[in-house]
Design a protein around this ligand. Structure first.
Ligand code: EPS
Length: 404
């Protein structure tokens, strides 16, 4: 069973994540995980915190001499900023008059209000420290482990920004992924990227924040991950839950889900074509379904789009209430990002990789990577029965790269 759990507060000592169920024999290094951690730290619209942190995941267990052991993989990420918060985030009780950085003014849109009531806290910091998007660094580390596994089988997960505020990208037919990586807002349209940065600047100057829409795409996913037979095994459902769990994500669509709702069925469903010369017995002409039909991957790229609300910590705070006095106040402000859409892309990739790894291992199992590989190749061989006799295709061949 593949699963993961994170722990850690934003200004505490650090983050921890345990990933369990990774087969033995997978090559894995700290340097590999660091690449994704560094990608998450970038993005136009970040605040001062990212100047302080340089995220590195220390492998504490589960890897020996460069290969996974099959045992739980524990990763630790230090919060360098903890050095500035030793009193406020001390584990032991602190003396009277210590600098606790107590917060009592509730921020609309944040976890502050329901969090303090639910957990009976009298300091909003007891909620906000865990609710912070800092936690997503731990997910990205776990996602990198999943990505490493998926890579062994030719699966690749990518992401880009479709819009920030009112600025929409014109997405080119073929996305240049290197260019997306270079873009400060992870946008495939350089002209829109420029306007997105202006939008973020304007939000910052106005003491406001900016949200947006981003897309995560998985290429090379075999037919048959997830299942139609039970609600909690549907790949679309698992992905939606995983994506909705990302801080500030308020909407998820698979493929062109919302636009499809306004069209006739004949305009929506992706026509199935006979064998087109590759390893797939059939394929779709279009991909409005976003690679999932009946809760199962259908061999087309898996496309998920997420709507991220603007960050709820505002330079010019909204009216609110003080938790202690009950009086009208301006909400609390503390250092924050103005826009987190570009880093959320990288978190979305991690969640996509984690869900795909879970479904992949549920289908193919294996305690050692080579066992997983035998099971995977055996399944692909089985699919060859649906190929026309003329098709002498090597079983491991995958569909063309990165075509949406
Ligand atoms: C966050 C506020 C900022 C962000 C943080 C999320 O942190 P700080 O309060 O220390 O300035 O930088 O994000 C991260 C630390 C991170 O690693 O992404 C918040 O309130 O959610």
């Amino acid at each position: 069973m593949f699963r993961f759990l994170t722990a850690g507060e934003s200004h505490g000592k650090g983050l921890t994540v345990i990933v369990e169920g990774v087969p033995a024999g997978l090559a894995l290094s700290e340097a590999y995980i660091e690449r994704d951690l560094a990608r998450r730290q970038k993005g136009y619209g970040r605040g001062g915190r990212m100047q302080i942190e340089k995220d590195h995941a220390e492998v504490l267990s589960g890897v020996r001499h460069g290969y996974t052991l099959g045992s739980p993989i524990a990763l630790g990420i230090e919060n360098k900023d903890f050095a500035n918060w030793t009193e406020a985030m001390a584990v032991d009780p602190v003396p009277e008059g210590a600098k606790t950085r107590r917060v009592t003014r509730l921020r609309p849109g944040h976890a502050d209000f329901p969090g303090v009531l639910k957990y009976s806290h009298h300091d909003v910091r007891d909620v906000l420290e865990r609710a912070s998007a800092r936690e997503t660094a731990a997910r990205v580390a776990a996602g990198a482990v999943s990505r490493r596994l998926l890579e062994e089988f030719g699966l690749r997960v990518r992401s880009h920004v479709l819009s920030i505020g009112t600025v929409n990208a014109q997405v080119p037919e073929t996305i240049n992924w290197d260019q997306v990586e270079e873009s400060p807002v992870r946008c495939a349209d350089p002209e829109a990227a420029r306007r997105m940065m202006e939008h973020i600047d304007a939000a910052r100057e106005a003491g406001d924040s900016a949200g947006g829409i981003f897309e995560v795409i998985a290429f090379g996913v075999p037919v048959g991950l997830g299942s139609h037979v039970q609600w909690d095994r549907k790949l679309s459902g698992l992905l939606a839950q995983a994506m909705m769990s990302i801080n500030a994500v308020k909407g998820v669509e698979i493929g062109s889900g919302f636009a499809n709702a306004r069209l006739a069925g004949s305009q929506v469903h992706d026509i199935i074509e006979p064998w087109g010369g590759d390893a797939r017995p059939f394929h779709h002409v279009t991909n409005r379904a976003g690679g999932i039909e009946g809760g199962m991957s259908n061999g087309e790229p898996i496309v998920a789009r997420m709507a991220l609300k603007p960050i709820s910590t505002l330079g010019k705070p909204l009216p609110s209430v003080d938790l202690v006095t009950g009086e009208r106040v301006q909400a609390h402000y503390e250092r924050s990002d103005v826009c987190q859409v570009p880093p959320a892309c990288v978190v979305g990739e991690a969640m996509m990789a984690l869900v795909l790894a879970q479904c992949f291992l549920e289908k193919f199992g294996g305690d050692h990577l080579e066992e997983t590989r035998r099971n995977y190749l055996g399944y692909l061989d089985g699919l060859r029965q649906f190929l026309p006799e003329a098709a002498a295709i090597p079983s491991a061949e995958r569909p063309p790269d990165d075509a949406v």
